[in-house]
Write a protein that binds this ligand. Sequence first.
Ligand code: SF4
Length: 234
Amino acid sequence: MEVKSKINTLFQGGLLLFSIAPSAIVFLVLLVAGTGFLWSIIPTLIILLAVQVTGQLYGRGIIRHPFILRVSFWTLKMMQPVLSMAAHTPEKMVIAMNNRKAISDCSRKFRGEETLILVPHCLQNHECSHRLTFNPESCERCGRCPIGDLLEIRSRFNTHFAIASGGTSAKRIVERIEPSLIVAVACPVDLSLGILDVHPVTTIGVLNEWRHGPCFDTWVNPAELEAALEMFLQ
Ligand code: SF4
């Protein structure tokens, strides 16, 4: 509950920061034009309030387009150094907001064939000689990395499965398969940008673990993907 409200505060905070500049400009223009303090401050407050209300409507699923999430995200990104925010805070806000919305909207159940499990190539053990981005089936399920277990889950739920070598490759895979549901594993940056990119496809984001630092022999708990598929699939 605490995490949920922290995420919401961050999201609304990004929107507040975004609305400060336009409302200040409106205030100054009206003041200079001689409308008086009261008639200058009222439109200013209306702009601030309207942006906050739009954020609330997005959080409640009444507005569905992620434009408002993008605005909050990019504002937080720009202000990150000034606010001394921890690394990847805006990215994690996008992922958490997206997952929350996807779960609260999950009245529709998806079929396996319209679902894509999309994972990054850095999950593959660096000593493995198989070129999985071209053919994931060449994995020998040796257990040195989570790919083997993810392929088992793919077979059980009868979904698509793809390994992306980067953001562009992930985009191409999504365009080729045209899934209705994506369960994506990636680092905070790729995951948040991917989520904002693939709208209106329902996406569940799972962060990979950096046991050896970023982009190298990363890890994901297959049970997390399994739980997401159980929740969304028929
Ligand atoms: S599980 Fe598959 S991908 Fe991972 S190291 Fe073994 S053979 Fe390679």
